[in-house]
Design a protein around this ligand. Structure first.
Ligand SMILES: Nc1nc2c(ncn2[C@@H]2O[C@H](COP(=O)(O)OP(=O)(O)OP(=O)(O)O)[C@@H](O)[C@H]2O)c(=O)[nH]1
Ligand SMILES: [Zn+2]
Length: 372
């Protein structure tokens, strides 16, 4: 079972026996078009509890376990199914439970470093379209932390939206200042400001979530994620309730982690993604530091380390107050921690060009009342 390459030999059954099982699934997101054998189906992981999985199939949610072959072919922990993964499964006992044959290639992912390991990753969730990075205007606001979350989503191929909560606790001028701080850091991401108390800005969030999409909320404890989820769920708040699951002689209760939202979208919500133990970086670093990468193009020397070289555009920008020194230190720190520095100079130049465009596009990103 490998996620890095498109399913090598998805079928042992002859092609004429296979069926597309997109309709086998109540999941509103479109499953990957993968051919299935007669007793097989494409299903989505809705909860993970150690080696037990809950998956969504046509008839509802059923327990599933890894097939022996899937266990055998898993090279590392990141090959194992996580919430949001699409799977090819074999139905058993008239569809009462299923055996997991393969994890289908992930469109996007959220992962973190395994504690204590510099190289090993742990998958948190997969196939997320939209990540709301939630901070409170009131006590939690921190641009550096925002950058770190942006690195994570960027690396995982997930579109980020910055959400500032608790606008009811600050004045409009203060809010505008916070948004200016974010823009000054070169962050071009869409920003939505809201209050779970007054309800202002909630509609802007709803409008961003398209039917069939999967979203998630990231952010520190106490910023208002649960309150926002409940608002999004509306009358269907019960959907977060525990799902009973029995299997192999023992009873367990698994909290569903992939939650259907009214309107046909899904939300991934699980403890592991709330405070992501920052941080793993490589490619993603550049998006959050688009301003610095763009400036680096103007340094006199192509291999400028931006420390003491004459003609360093970044040092000049810092001296002139255009770039925050701490923002730059954060960039360098992330750079050191990542494999990014191993990229060839040529690749870096290409990237710089793209980021330059991103920065220039920043000024155009203006929205309506609660969007910035
Ligand atoms: N004034 C104000 N309070 C809010 C707002 N949103 C949430 N709160 C309050 O902030 C506290 C924390 O909100 P939660 O929704 O539990 O925060 P959380 O991010 O889910 O926190 P964890 O569950 O610990 O991850 C609660 O007392 C909420 O009532 C808001 O927009 N304005
Ligand atoms: Zn320089």
């Amino acid at each position: 079972m490998s996620i890095s390459k498109p399913m090598a030999a998805p079928l042992s059954a002859p092609a004429d026996q296979s069926t597309f099982s997109a309709t086998d699934c109540r999941e509103t997101a479109t499953p990957p078009a993968v051919p299935c054998g007669p007793d097989e189906a494409i299903a989505r992981v809705t909860a993970v509890d150690r080696d037990q999985y809950l998956i969504r199939v046509a008839t509802g949610e059923i327990p599933a376990r890894l097939s022996g072959r899937a266990v055998y072919t898993s090279v590392s922990a990141i090959d194992l199914p996580c919430v949001g993964d699409w799977l090819r499964v074999r139905m058993q006992d008239d569809g009462a439970h299923a055996s997991i044959l393969a994890v289908l290639p992930r469109r996007s992912f959220l992962r973190r470093k395994r504690p204590g390991s510099a190289v090993e990753f742990q998958m948190i969730a997969a196939n997320i379209d939209l990540a709301f990075i939630v901070q409170s205007c009131h006590f939690d606001f921190n641009v550096r932390r925002l950058e770190r979350y942006l690195v994570l989503t960027s690396e995982g191929g997930i579109e980020p939206v910055v959400v500032l909560t608790k606008t009811d606790l600050i004045a409009t001028a203060e809010l505008e200042q916070l948004i200016a701080q974010i823009r000054q850091a070169g962050i071009v991401t869409r920003i939505v400001a809201l209050s779970n108390v007054s309800g202002e800005g909630i509609a802007a969030i709803r409008e961003l979530i398209q039917p069939g999409q999967t979203c998630c909320l990231l952010g520190s404890s106490g910023v208002g994620k649960t309150t926002l989820v409940n608002r999004l769920l509306g009358d269907e708040g019960l959907a977060t309730g525990a799902v009973s699951q029995s299997g192999e002689g023992r009873h367990t209760t698994t909290r569903r982690q992939l939650i259907p939202l009214p309107g046909g979208a899904s939300l991934i919500d699980m403890p592991g993604m709330r405070e992501l133990g920052m941080l793993d970086v490589s490619e993603g670093i550049a998006d959050s530091f688009a301003d610095i990468r763009a400036l680096a193009r103007d340094c006199r020397f192509a291999d400028c380390t931006h420390e003491r070289e004459p003609g360093c555009a970044i040092q000049r920008a810092i001296a002139e107050g255009e770039v925050d020194a701490e923002h730059f230190r954060n960039y360098q720190k992330l750079l050191r921690e990542s494999a990014f520095h191993e990229m060839s100079l040529h690749e870096k130049r290409d990237k710089d060009r793209a980021f330059g465009k991103l920065v220039r596009a920043a000024g155009k990103a203006r929205g309506r009342r609660h969007e910035y």
